[in-house]
Design a protein around this ligand. Sequence first.
Ligand SMILES: Cc1ncc(COP(=O)(O)O)c(C=O)c1O
Length: 496
Amino acid sequence: MRAHPAGPLHGGFETPASVGAPPADLGALDPAVWPRSATRVDGELHLAGRPVTELAREHGTPLFVLDEADFRGRAADFATAFADADVHYASKAFLCGQVARWIADDGLHLDACSGNELAVALAAGFPAGRIALHGNNKSLVELQLAVDAGIGHVVVDSFDEIERLVPLAAARVAAGGSPVPVLIRTTVGIEAHTHEFIATAHEDQKFGFSLATGDALTAAVRIIREPALQLTGLHSHIGSQIFDTAGFEAAAHRVVGLLGQIAQATGQVLGELNLGGGFGIAYLSEDDPVTPEDVARRLRSVVAAECAALDLPVPRLAVEPGRAIAGPGTVTLYEIGTIKPVRLGAGGGGGAPVRNYVSVDGGMSDNIRTALYDASYTCVLANRTSTAPPALCRVVGKHCESGDVLVRDLWLPSDVVPGDLLAVAATGAYCWSMASNYNYLLKPPVVAVRDGVATEIVRRQTLSDVFALDAVLAGTPAPSPAVDQPAPEHAAGFSS
Ligand SMILES: Cc1ncc(COP(=O)(O)O)c(C=O)c1O
């Protein structure tokens, strides 16, 4: 693991082998990586018809810019590919009121992973019947909200949760309501990431009921015997950023096997099978994700074959893409603040290569994924193109943490200067939603762009918002001008 705890410098002073040769065009926008509307006009990056310098001037930086047509187009691609199934948008990737409305209007279902994600969706008017609630430690309050709202499924995750849910469901039934529909989250012993998956007999994780130990079957029997609960099917989720379907196929094989065991043990044939999310996206040009059509075709055929082998009817399928819908259509705009050339290698001698630490005005508080998961991103100089020779760079944030890296190694034009804008690609999933206030940096706004119109769908957090939580500072005026806003001289100085 290259990220490390707070402390003195450990940036990894090896010569970066991973970065490869500089590309022919440092400003190129690979359509596999950048939002569908991304283009350059007179050198400047435009998103859905809006120049990034204008967006930065109007909304400040750091700024999440979300291409609405891209987001909704990817949701539609899944809905079309899985027309005979249910597509649940995994809202943990990115959720706000506007996103909940788009997903609702576009006919998809939605997964919430906490009572508050559920509350956001409900408050935005999302139809409760199309919501599933996940979570390995749902509280009584969260379950009560789900039961009262009449959500589509509670995805039960533990025996404790079943016992917590039963009295709430029984009260609903006693009041004339219907039993609470549930899925059982199974742990199938498959773990998949990118091109690899491992299949094991046992699982060592906090989610779900194990198939291998028989817990999943025991849970199914318990729920089927409980009149206030209606077991409608099984759920499995095997990992994230998965590039081929082999792991899903192995999981489907195991989970259909459990459908057969349940039918044998109880006589109940469950009609739903949710195979989770985890479909990968291209963060870099070399990433090669599967298309929704491919996934749908493979899953359909594997589940049909497994069911035929066990003489079971084919259940209704569901999937839960999060990243694959939200990720690719958003970029983060940052302003460069400082550039520091550092000689690599012991002693930093004259012949040693130089890495330029390009510091921007956000960092691990708006994108923790590089530090947390060693994730790879790419970025471009956004306010202009340049024909200057390439320089080896590391794009870092402004946090007091040497692991505060956004893009570990890449080539940028050697004439980038403070005041230039950088755009980091594919930041729509698990960036804003994982944002923090570390070092009291403030959460950036999210601006949706469509047909040349930019709409702030989440406003920038202010220091006053943060002061309001503090017992001593609540009501104290925050410094003015706000310290998180772009300096006027930089806002005026974007060189395009
Ligand atoms: C149960 C479940 N479903 C769906 C997802 C969405 O995954 P992704 O965004 O990789 O598609 C996750 C993410 O971890 C998850 O835990």
